[in-house]
Design a protein around this ligand. Structure first.
Ligand SMILES: Nc1ncnc2c1ncn2[C@@H]1O[C@H](COP(=O)(O)OP(=O)(O)O)[C@@H](O)[C@H]1O
Ligand SMILES: Cc1cn([C@H]2C[C@H](O)[C@@H](COP(=O)(O)OP(=O)(O)O)O2)c(=O)[nH]c1=O
Length: 236
């Protein structure tokens, strides 16, 4: 374990992880958090929908097929936005203000991709909700983990075990998951400064190394200093 101290300048740094089901977001967030902790960055880690008591309550409802399906797409989009607003105000903004690195498992791009695919919602409505929910708190860096959704769904099924029911978004057809993959890649192409696409089909360590390279560079560009940035951080 490195004893290197990092020097923080100015506000914190906001990283979101995005991508389809089972692409390895939680696994990679854990890995990144370990490496940041070794440099004394003590990251704040959270997920969406969720992260506060209110947002976790929304999560419980919105990911439950039986409970949420009758709501329809508008109410669903409003609930995701409500959960996000609470999370931004009570967790994300305060942590950034303290100078923390904040890592969130899914954020506004998931709404753009998942709710944005609904033909019943116009883009102005979603844009307005996004503005209301996040204000100016958009990620400094978004890591889009990309791979063939078939592999991700198989991994997610394995993780869950055969006896547990799938959540309502995982149930959908492979074609829908392919369309979401394309939608995430479109966002990345439209916002190349914020979004970096990471090939998520390699081993856990290969992907973690790639993410670490991207994050170190982004933090460096944002004015964070690593006292010994050329030294590879030892991790087990
Ligand atoms: N690179 C990888 N290769 C093989 N299995 C992986 C890899 N990354 C994650 N997994 C496994 O796939 C499953 C889904 O990973 P997870 O990180 O929970 O994905 P997500 O958070 O994107 O849904 C877990 O069982 C995890 O251990
Ligand atoms: C944050 C967010 C998630 N979702 C969906 C995507 C996921 O299917 C689900 C969250 O489930 P979760 O189990 O957290 O995701 P993962 O499959 O990546 O481990 O909610 C939306 O539809 N809109 C949103 O704004």
């Amino acid at each position: 374990m490195s004893t290197t101290k990092s020097i923080r300048k100015g506000p914190g740094f906001f990283i979101s992880f995005e991508g389809g089901e089972g692409v390895g977001k939680s696994t990679q967030i854990r890995k990144l958090a370990e490496r940041l902790a070794e440099l004394d960055f003590s990251p704040t880690i959270s997920r969406e929908p969720g992260g506060t008591a209110g947002a976790e309550a929304v999560r419980h409802v919105v990911l439950d097929k039986a409970a949420a399906e009758p709501f329809g797409p508008q109410m669903e989009a409003l609930l995701f936005a409500a959960a996000r607003l609470d999370h931004v105000e009570n967790v994300i903004k305060p942590a950034l203000k303290r100078g923390n690195v904040v890592i969130i498992d899914r954020f506004m791009d998931s709404t753009r991709v998942y709710q944005g695919a609904s033909n019943d919602l116009d883009s102005d409505f979603l844009r307005t909700l996004e503005r209301v929910a996040i204000h100016e708190t958009s990620p400094d860096l978004t890591l889009i983990l990309d791979m063939d959704p078939k592999i991700g769904l198989d991994r997610a099924a394995e993780r869950r075990g055969a006896d547990v029911d799938v959540d309502r978004f995982e149930r959908e057809t492979l074609a829908k998951h392919q369309a979401r993959r394309a939608a995430f890649l479109e966002i990345a192409a439209a916002e190349p400064d914020r979004c970096k696409v990471v090939d998520a089909s390699g081993t856990i360590e290969e992907i973690a190394d790639e993410i670490w390279t991207v994050v170190q560079e982004a933090l460096g560009n944002a004015g964070f200093e690593f006292n010994r940035s050329d030294e590879k951080v030892h991790h087990s």
